[in-house]
Design a protein around this ligand. Structure first.
Ligand code: SF4
Length: 603
């Protein structure tokens, strides 16, 4: 049974229980407070606490009343910290069709509308109005991915760095522990926030570009971006490349009469640095005030373990590498096993772990063989257009983790819920040990870690669209399916593959969707896991969607954008539904594709 003092204080009463009458930092979060290492606000709060600060947290303050929630913890000694939570608030609130969602996985009881649109900006504006002299530090996915001029799909316009609209003083981007610790160390030395200009992974506004001996790239200014979509698109290449380098450049962007200064990322962290986070004293529970109203996102992950951070896939529609980085930072085996033991002691744990994963399931402990080559590399993906020869794709450490977890007392089964990159399992290698590790992993995964259905994400069947998505050729899917079925037969299992697909991605035409329908029908799939492409800040696909250009080639690229165009693509997922019959038939006739009419066997 947990005590209130096992959580960061959320009320004056809880402050008193700790014997505090003031705090160093008040942290405002758009999510419910779940004191667990998968919830960003809890991690940041606990990191600051471990640095010796007194931290209070205000989850989901009411921004529509007399603003008492913004006042209730008083004025902090150092700064206000603001995060929208684990998701961008606009992704959290709206569907791909911009329809308001009726639930929220990061709120107790799944209740919607507990945070405002553009949460970071709204919270900061309120705080600046109430306490103009108290500095604000922002972080989390929303702030991180809106750190330069970016396209905002929901208002259909370019927005400047979130620092401008929020009026926050300092932005910590990416995984926040290290930059935050460095920031706190500087503040403890007596420095003011506006005197701190050199901490990696931070961003701020400045009247001039601070003098520093660091490679600096000046991006096209915000005002120029507003005028010229092609020039705007050209910015993205630098933003992406420099965010994916071991030693990136500092980026600066003139915006109005100020410069947005974005210091480069820290080089990849060491396992012991990320292990530190998992040793913090999380209660691993939602705050007791939510009793009887489960937080859906917590219910989903409470019996899962995150093995690593980062993703070197570089998928065009995904933001993971823009936030967590391309280089994999893996936890030590001991840290993972310790967390599994903690989970196994929970009263409601019945022995099944829902995921041993990460941004991608099978990148654990992988990195370049010769890191000096990686130090000079600018590729946004280590596995597209093909698996880099310098990448070590040996899966044996990961297989060892699965087996070691399964041997722990109290563990019946461990499943893999994260997405598996099957191209890495099928990539040819001359190294026999690596090839052996791929075969062993495949067998281990399919025979022991699938809970009946394995979700994988080919995303499309057209190799042209897949190339722009930075995903592997659909041929790999055929190969993987064959192996999946073979291992199922050998082990007497009858498991299903559940493929994910996206419509309306840049470069995708209606004919590509018609072919997707025919191919997946031929493979006996009735698709369930499908989605329309949603342009979210700071992805390659979003830049193409808005500008019409590929930032790397500056060639024009088609994207289905209107509601009608999107629906015209989406309906092909559901070729078997009567209501789409006439339209699909008409489309296929117009495309002059009698072969597809035949294949889909539409009456
Ligand atoms: S050299 Fe290869 S493994 Fe290293 S970062 Fe570049 S693509 Fe990745």
């Amino acid at each position: 049974m947990y005590q209130l003092t096992d959580f960061l204080p959320t009320t004056q009463k809880e402050l008193k229980l700790r014997g505090w009458d003031e705090v160093d930092v008040v942290l405002f979060s758009g999510d419910a407070y779940v004191d667990h290492p998968s919830f960003g606000a809890a991690v940041i709060g606990r990191v600051m606490e471990a640095e010796g600060l007194r931290v209070a947290i205000v989850p989901q303050p009411n921004w529509q009343d007399d603003l008492r929630d913004f006042r209730k913890m008083g004025v902090p000694r150092l700064f206000f910290a603001v995060t929208a939570g684990n998701m961008d608030s606009m992704v959290n609130h709206y569907t791909a069709n911009k329809r308001l969602r009726s639930d929220d996985a990061y709120t107790a009881g799944g209740e919607a509308h507990k945070r405002p649109d553009y949460t970071t900006i709204t919270y900061c504006n309120i705080l600046k109005k109430l306490y103009p002299d108290v500095p604000i530090v922002i972080g989390g996915i929303e702030a991180s991915l809106r750190r330069v001029t970016h396209y905002d799909y929901w208002s259909d316009r370019l927005m400047p760095s979130v620092l401008v609209d929020s009026k926050a003083d300092f932005l910590v981007y990416g995984m926040g522990e290290k930059p935050l610790k460095a920031l706190i160390a500087e503040l403890k030395k007596g420095k003011k926030l506006n005197e701190i200009t050199d901490i990696p992974q931070t961003s701020f506004l400045s009247a001039a570009i601070p003098e520093r001996d660091v490679k600096t790239i000046e991006l096209i200014s915000h005002e120029e971006c507003l005028k010229d979509k092609k020039r705007y698109a050209s910015n993205f290449r630098y933003v992406e490349e420099e965010s994916n380098r071991i030693h990136g450049a500092r980026l600066v962007q003139k915006t109005g009469d100020k410069y947005v200064i974005i210091n480069p990322l820290y080089p990849p962290w060491k396992p012991e640095e990320v292990d530190e986070t998992y040793r913090l004293p999380f209660s691993r529970q939602p705050h007791p005030k939510y009793k009887g109203r489960p937080v859906p996102a917590y219910e989903m992950i409470k019996f899962s373990v995150n093995l690593h951070r980062g993703c070197f896939g570089g998928c065009a529609f995904c933001t993971i590498s823009a936030h967590q980085g391309k280089f994999i930072v893996s936890r030590s085996k001991q840290s993972i096993l310790d967390e599994v033991k903690q989970i196994s002691r929970a009263d409601d744990f019945k022995g099944n772990l829902s995921d041993l994963g990460g941004p991608s399931a099978n990148m654990y402990a992988m990195q370049g063989k010769d890191l000096t080559i990686c130090e000079r590399c600018k590729r946004p993906s280590c596995i597209h257009p093909s698996v880099c020869h310098n990448l070590n794709i040996d899966h044996s450490e990961l297989t060892d983790i699965y087996r070691s977890v399964d041997k722990l007392p109290g563990i019946k089964r461990s499943f893999i819920g994260s997405g598996v990159r099957y191209d890495m399992l099928l990539a040819e290698t001359k190294d026999e040990q690596t090839a052996q590790s791929q075969r062993e992993y495949l067998k281990e995964l399919i025979s022991r870690h699938v809970s009946g259905r394995l979700k994988i994400a080919p995303e499309h069947t057209s190799d042209r669209v897949l190339h722009l998505m930075r995903k592997p050729s659909f041929n790999y899917f055929y190969q993987f399916k064959k192996i999946f079925e073979q291992i199922n037969r050998e082990t007497g299992l009858n498991q299903q593959l559940i493929p994910y697909f996206i419509s309306s991605h840049p470069a995708c035409q209606n004919e590509d969707m018609a072919e997707l329908a025919a191919i997946t029908r031929d493979l006996n799939f009735k698709l369930e896991q499908v989605q329309d492409f949603t342009p979210t800040p700071m992805t390659l696909a979003t830049e193409i969607y808005y500008s019409g250009y590929n930032p790397y080639t500056l060639e024009p690229v088609f994207t289905a954008k209107t509601k009608e165009e999107k629906l015209a693509q989406r309906k092909f997922f559901f070729w078997y539904k009567n209501e789409y019959y006439r339209e699909i038939l008409g489309d296929l006739k117009k495309m002059n594709r009698p072969d597809l009419i035949n294949k889909l066997k539409i009456r």
